[in-house]
Design a protein around this ligand. Structure first.
Ligand code: URP
Ligand code: ZN
Ligand code: ZN
Length: 483
């Protein structure tokens, strides 16, 4: 990269010689950026710029959008939290080519949802190097009777156009069907997109009790409590309830072929339901951790990482739009306990109900999806961009400001080298976690240079001086685009 000229807010950048890839197609073109926006796309335009990036032989793709992260996120009744904060998590995101993430706000027991939201927004604004949004998690009404008033305010004042409901974790986060219906009704009135964590919490508790009563407490039995039926039942019910209300629906972290089939079937009948899956369900399997003993904790998440035989169907659905987005559910914990963090993955060795749920993946998402998906012949280039950026931007009210390389869009741009050679390791990554589900995986596509609103965050795989903590902006999101 060459730099010339003064650094001003309206500095220009020219990305030359690359192939611009959008969800709709790809074309050889130069991209001109002025200030924070893309202002030109074309060939032989005679453009000059303060900074020129040579993208010959590379793809120029919209910055990745990960709509499902949990940074410095409290879990298990606020007894612990995930290891990455908004600083380390956003740096990991940038290194992985993700320029926008959407995290969650879970109501604090001693505060309203609204106040918890404002506090979390400020914390994230002070630390993140990339742009971000926040979904609201709708708590059971027993925790806040007037929570619908807060949801209305969050939508009006902070552009919170997606709300998540838990169908699992009875007694803490789970909403019963009447509350889910009431929440969906309100979401529908406001054109907010309801999201569901779809697992039947009562079925899980029953299965877990049977396992514990039989002395089957080891980490590996987590997967037995969270069966395919638990997930498929909740997905089916959520779709029916959403249809009853007339609202669209987004199902987060679909892990089971049976659950995905429910979504794909409904979509084929014209139902407005979208399913998200995650790299851990596509690339790792029960077979990878069933013999690990307590270190299987590193794979524990909900819904669980399932049998290898489950993976092919998820890929098929993802390729054919039965599933529509790829997010991470990045909830990173450490295996070895650091001094400055509350109890992490190994806080209850041999007792799965107390293992913190969640796995890392924010930095790895694009690389592993590229390798297994695009190089592996399961996704084409445009579909790769669609599931990792364009569709998330549309569903979560950020399109066409984000999710596309178009004139007028934010200059969130990744220069992607499809001819590189890199081995994924935890030690070489930027998340605070100390393990990586894809440890040792060789990937041949890499985000080499990453721009966020025209600022260089990563240049030739190095963190750039423009990647300042707190430069990331909170995105007030608009109405979901459901086409
Ligand atoms: O296992 C998962 N998905 N963990 C994420 C944190 C949570 O409880 O939502
Ligand atoms: Zn969830
Ligand atoms: Zn999650």
């Amino acid at each position: 990269m060459s730099e010339a000229g003064a650094k001003t807010p309206q500095r220009t950048t020219l990305i030359t010689g690359g192939t611009v890839v959008n969800a709709e197609g790809f074309v050889r073109a130069d991209v001109l950026v002025r200030g924070e926006r893309i202002v030109g796309i074309g060939l032989d335009q005679g453009w000059s710029a303060d900074r020129v990036v040579d993208a010959t032989g590379k793809y120029v793709i919209p910055g990745g959008i990960d709509v499902h992260t949990h940074l410095e996120y409290p879990i298990d009744g606020f007894t612990t939290r995930t290891a990455d904060d908004f600083a380390t998590g956003s740096v990991a995101a940038a290194f992985g080519g993700t320029t926008t993430f959407i995290d969650f706000v879970k109501k604090r027991p001693d505060a309203t949802l609204y106040d918890t939201f404002v506090e979390r927004r400020q914390i994230a604004e002070s630390k993140s190097i990339v742009d971000f949004g926040l979904h609201a998690i709708v708590p059971p009404l027993a925790q806040q009777e007037d929570v619908h008033d807060d949801l209305i305010r969050l939508h009006a004042e902070h552009g919170v156009s997606s709300w998540k409901f838990f169908m699992a974790y009875p007694g803490t986060q789970m909403v019963e069907d009447d509350e889910l219906l009431a929440g969906m009704d309100l979401a529908h009135q406001l054109s907010v997109l309801p999201m569901v964590h779809a697992e039947n919490g009562h079925m899980i508790n029953r299965a877990a009790k049977q396992l514990l009563d039989a002395g089957l407490t080891d980490e590996v039995h987590h997967v037995d409590a969270h069966g395919h039926a638990q997930e498929a039942e909740a997905v089916h019910r959520a779709i029916i309830l959403a249809q009853e209300v007339g609202t669209p629906l987004y199902v987060v972290h679909v892990s089971s072929e049976r659950a995905a089939a429910e979504i794909a079937q409904a979509r084929s009948e014209g139902v407005k339901v979208w399913g998200e899956t995650c790299p851990q369900y596509l690339l790792t399997a029960l077979e990878d951790y069933e013999e690990l003993g307590e270190r299987a904790a590193g794979y524990i998440c909900s819904p669980p990482i399932r049998e290898k035989s489950n993976q092919a169907a998820l890929w098929r659905y993802l390729g054919a739009d039965g599933l529509s987005t790829l997010a991470t559910d990045h909830a990173a914990f450490c295996m070895e306990q650091p001094d400055d963090l509350p109890p992490q993955k190994l806080r209850s060795p041999g007792y799965f109900p107390k293992t913190p749920n969640g796995v890392p993946g924010l930095e790895d998402r694009l690389m592993v999806a590229w390798e297994a998906g695009v190089v592996g012949g399961l996704l084409d280039l445009c579909r790769f961009v669609e599931i990792t950026s364009a569709r998330p931007a549309k569903l979560f009210g950020m399109y066409p400001r984000k999710g596309t390389i178009s004139v007028g869009a934010d200059a969130d741009i990744v220069v992607w080298d499809p001819n590189s050679d890199h081995v994924i390791t935890a030690a070489g990554g930027h998340s605070r976690t100390d393990y990586n589900l894809y440890e040792g995986m060789r990937v041949t596509g890499l985000p080499v240079t990453v721009f966020s609103r025209g600022r260089a965050l990563i240049v030739d795989r190095e963190l750039h001086e423009e990647a300042r903590s707190g430069r990331g902006r909170y995105i007030e999101r608009g109405t979901p685009q459901l086409y």
